[in-house]
Design a protein around this ligand. Structure first.
Ligand code: PEP
Ligand code: MG
Length: 912
């Protein structure tokens, strides 16, 4: 009988799993196995697979524990043999750590238990064996606290309430008149354990579990439980991690960084995760456990001398002071440092990626606790990919695949305006935890940040330190400022992952959550006051500071060039003004895929003529107003065609319902009446008559041009006259494509095409010259997709308007989805917002079918997409596989789409 294997052991340079088994063992478990296989000093342990997590939610706790028992008991024996100590033996006990580890890293999102296996007897054994009673009791009180919080549910649900254990520590410190945890004596720690246990009994009604096995099963189950905690669910939503993946559980022999002055613990990176610089870096704490570094409770020290010196320079600290107060690991424990340095180098080369590693030094001996590909900023991502390509570690294709397209966004975002920053007043300085510039109003609580964001306010979330509960607030804030914590604190790691500006550890901040004030050097700032952050230098400024466009690095240009080499699809942009078109060209746009002509109608005085046209009672009146619009539109097109010289520009004819152009407030209606020389009542009446029950399904798109052909005539004339004028001037201009919106029936297109061609023939005759042009249509009504073969007989190109196509296929109003989307996401009815990420199974099938049908009647039919999905990486990939010729997106998303297009092409070539 074949049996499912649920537990994989590792230790002593051997492992049952390996680095390729991420899906089954989670990222951490797979890497722990692989680290053993390449000879790293890893504390032995075992991984319970992600499949067990799924079983846990199907079968429940009791049944899963029964299923696991034989394998876990065997695995614990395996660890006991390697360590030479026994789990549950009071004289010389084996202690364990229990941690989560899913396929994708989710820093701090799920639960961890350390020092598991301790009880009143075992603590004495540990004290005796280590000869360090204080260490033993410190470990014990940490264990009771962690276990109480995580497994026994003592952690308060609301962040307004304090952790009951922290309250007890605080009370004891007050009683003893001490400030730091390190000032607590062994007797104090014993007292704490007693008080902690009493609190557990009081809150849960049960004694704290003394049996190590009971503790172990409790911890394992609580890791599985934490897969479904609120912050893990939110993190998965934000990072598009499927719930089905589940988490693995890693159980490992404890090693201790808190055994005294020859012990330490830390986090390190093989390259700089902010800038990408190929420089080993990280932070450590002497006599501490791993969680202390991440939690930001004590200020960690730099690992390398160079890092320490750079840190001191930013703080304005002298070399002598640095050496005396914040020396590097390289100086404090040179032998362990040397070993760590060699290991990180080996891992960087072996895994061919920047590694984020955790280590512990127990009494001088180095242990590697985990490694994973490090989270990094967009800039670092690009630099590391290009550096590794130059170092010969990876290929061009791998370099392209290494960069997450969405992370490029960070490189394109503003930095502080150079002039404005000169006069800005620096009020604090912290660590440059995540680069960029941010300005906003001070807010202290994540919930408020969210509420304020909903009101359209820009915020800076200011916290003593952040925790995973703050995730939502961090996500909506422009920037994050913390008083405590280093470069590897929760705030720093999460902000970098989000591409959000963050300054951490600005130690002169005095934050009073109750009073909602921030005091800096005696000056008080209130909630709502503006501050600005420079995440690249760590500076904090008073008030608002203007921002400007970033300068793009050489590596950015290089990776973009590589992307274009591999991409099969072109990337165009959606732009309506010469300015936007210019920006997009700088970002590498290879044409305009959508010029929404109606946007031109709102500029300057034009809206007056547009309104005059709409309010006209008959064709003659409309023609009169359109005659005023003609030269303006022509001029707009001339500007656009000139900027896009040599490239294709798709101009879409008027699309929105007319009532979008008229004023709805009485005051503005009266102004409009005065401007047009008609009565207010006439205006009101006309506006009223334009109202529709379902305007998005009403008198819009080609229905406008088919009922008021003179509008189409004017627009076709303006487009072609612009092209002819440029030709006359000898200007190299764009190739014109005229696009008819919202076609659902081929007859609608035929009718429009006829008007366009007749008008253009007239213009050609008037000018005695011609230009090339094509006429195509948007595919944005499901009927158009289904009858694409008929439509392609008339249309020379298709452009998928996936905004409307999504709206009409799903029957979701694009303007009202906000009312139910959050609930749908929460319940898992939808995995993502279909207006952001193309619904490949529904809308995508219409796209695929329409491409095939269209090309069945017009073999060379050019197909593109111009809905918002054209700049979303997974949708761009879909478009590649659907055989589209190009995607079109907003200017700032052009680099993202170029990279996504290249990645899709590379993935396809790998499949072959
Ligand atoms: C679309 O519907 O996808 C589209 C691009 O047009 P608009 O968003 O202007 O309706
Ligand atoms: Mg549309």
């Amino acid at each position: 009988m074949s049996q499912v294997k649920r537990v994989y052991t590792f230790g002593n340079k051997q492992a049952e799993g390996n680095g390729k088994m991420r899906e089954l063992l989670g990222g951490k478990g797979a890497n722990l196995a692989e680290m053993n296989l390449i000879g790293m000093p890893v504390p032995p342990g075992f991984t319970i697979t992600t499949e067990v997590c799924t079983e846990y939610y199907k079968l429940g706790k009791d049944q899963v524990v029964e299923l696991l028992k034989p394998e876990v008991e065997k695995a614990v024996k395996y660890v006991e043999e390697i360590m030479g100590v026994k789990f549950g033996n009071n004289e010389d006990p084996l202690l364990l750590s229990v941690r989560s580890g899913s396929r994708a890293s989710m820093p701090g999102m799920m639960d961890t238990i350390l020092n598991l296996g301790l009880n009143d007897e075992a603590v004495a054994g540990i004290a005796k064996k280590s000869g360090n009673e204080r260490f033993a009791w410190d470990s014990y009180r940490r264990f009771v606290q962690m276990y109480g919080d995580v497994v026994l549910g003592m952690k308060p649900a609301s962040k307004e309430e304090e952790d009951p254990f922290e309250v007890i520590i605080h009370t004891l410190k007050e009683e003893k008149g001490v400030h730091n945890d390190t000032d607590l004596t062994t007797e104090d720690l014993k007292d704490l354990v007693k008080r902690f246990k009493a609190a557990v009994k009081e809150v849960t009604g049960h004694d704290f579990p003394t049996s190590p096995w009971e503790q172990l099963w409790g911890a394992v189950c609580s890791v599985f439980d934490s897969w479904m905690n609120e912050r893990a669910i939110l993190y998965r939503q934000l990072n598009k991690i499927p719930e089905e993946w589940g988490t693995a559980v890693n159980v490992q022999a404890m090693v201790f960084g808190n055994m005294g002055e020859t012990s330490a613990t830390g986090v390190c990176f093989s390259r700089d995760s902010s800038t990408g610089e190929n420089l080993f870096n990280g932070e450590y704490l002497v006599n501490a456990q791993g969680e202390d570094v991440v939690a930001g409770i004590r200020t960690p020290q730099e690992i390398t001398i160079i890092g320490s010196q750079r840190w001191a320079e930013r703080k304005g600290m002298s070399e002598a002071e640095r050496k005396a107060t914040f020396p590097s690991l390289e100086e404090v424990m040179p032998a362990a440092y040397k070993e760590l340095f060699d290991i990180q180098k080996k891992m960087d080369t072996y895994f061919k990626d920047m590694q984020d590693m955790e280590f512990t030094i127990q009494d001088g001996k180095l242990w590697m606790l985990q490694t994973r590909a490090g989270k990094r900023t967009g800039a670092a991502m690009v630099k590391i990919a290009m550096d590794m390509l130059r170092e010969g570690l990876i290929t061009e294709e791998e370099a392209i695949l290494r960069v997450e397209p969405n992370k490029l966004d960070e490189l394109l975002h503003p930095v502080f305006d150079k002039a404005a920053i000169k006069s800005a007043k620096t009020i604090s300085r912290g660590l440059p935890a995540s680069p960029g510039a941010a300005t906003g109003q001070i807010v202290f609580f994540a919930d408020d940040a969210e509420a304020w964001a909903n009101q359209g306010k820009e915020t800076i979330l200011v916290r003593i330190e952040t925790s995973p509960e703050d995730l939502k607030g961090m996500n909506v804030a422009n920037g994050i400022l913390t008083a405590r914590g280093g470069m590897t604190s929760h705030a720093a790691v999460v902000a970098r992952g989000m591409g959000k500006c963050c300054v951490s550890g600005a130690s002169n901040l005095k934050i009073d959550y109750k009073a909602r004030t921030l005091e800096i050097d005696g000056k008080v700032y209130n909630e709502g006051d503006f501050i600005s952050l420079n995440g690249t230098t760590g500076e904090v400024y008073e008030g608002k500071v203007a921002t400007q466009k970033p300068e793009l690095s050489g590596d950015f240009g290089e990776i973009m060039k590589l992307a274009d080499k591999y991409a099969k699809m072109l990337v165009r942009t959606n732009a309506d003004t010469p300015h936007d078109a210019k920006v997009a060209r700088e970002f590498g746009a290879q044409g305009i895929g959508l010029c929404r002509t109606e946007h031109m109608f709102f500029e300057g005085d034009r809206i007056k003529s547009v309104r005059e046209m709409i309010l006209a009672n008959d064709e003659a009146g409309r023609r009169k107003a359109l005659a005023k619009l003609l030269p303006i539109q022509r001029e707009d097109f001339e500007g656009l065609f000139e900027v896009m010289a040599g490239l294709a520009v798709t101009v879409r004819l008027l699309d929105p319902p007319l009532h979008e152009f008229v004023p709805h407030e009485e005051k503005q209606q009266r102004e409009m009446a005065a401007e047009l020389g008609i009565t207010f009542e006439e205006v009101r009446e006309k506006v009223h008559s334009l109202a529709e029950v379902n305007p998005m399904l009403g008198h819009r798109g080609c229905r406008l041009g088919n009922t008021y052909p003179e509008i189409t005539e004017m627009q076709a004339r303006a487009i072609i006259e612009a092209a002819l004028n440029l030709k006359k001037k000898g200007v190299d201009a764009a190739k014109v494509e005229i696009m008819v919106p919202l076609v659902g029936n081929v007859k609608e297109l035929e009718y429009q095409k006829d008007i366009i061609e007749t008008t253009i023939a007239k213009v050609f005759e008037e000018y005695g010259d011609t230009v090339e042009y094509t006429i195509g249509t948007m595919i944005e009504v499901p009927r158009a997709a289904v009858t694409a073969d008929e439509i392609a007989k008339v249309a020379q190109f298709f452009s998928f308007g996936t905004n409307d196509l999504t709206q009409m296929t799903l029957g979701f109003s694009r303007d009202d989805i906000g009312k139910f989307l959050p609930e749908y996401l929460k319940r898992g009815i939808l995995k993502v917002d279909p207006f952001e990420v193309l619904d490949q199974d529904g809308v995508g099938q219409l796209v695929k079918g329409a491409v095939a049908k269209g090309r069945s009647t017009r073999e060379n039919l050019k197909c593109g997409i111009c809905g918002e999905h054209g700049g979303e990486p997974s949708s761009v990939e879909f478009c590649h596989f659907a055989g589209l010729n190009y995607v079109s997106c907003s200017p700032y998303r052009v680099p993202i789409a170029r990279l996504a297009a290249a990645q899709a092409a590379i993935k396809e070539s790998k499949m072959k």
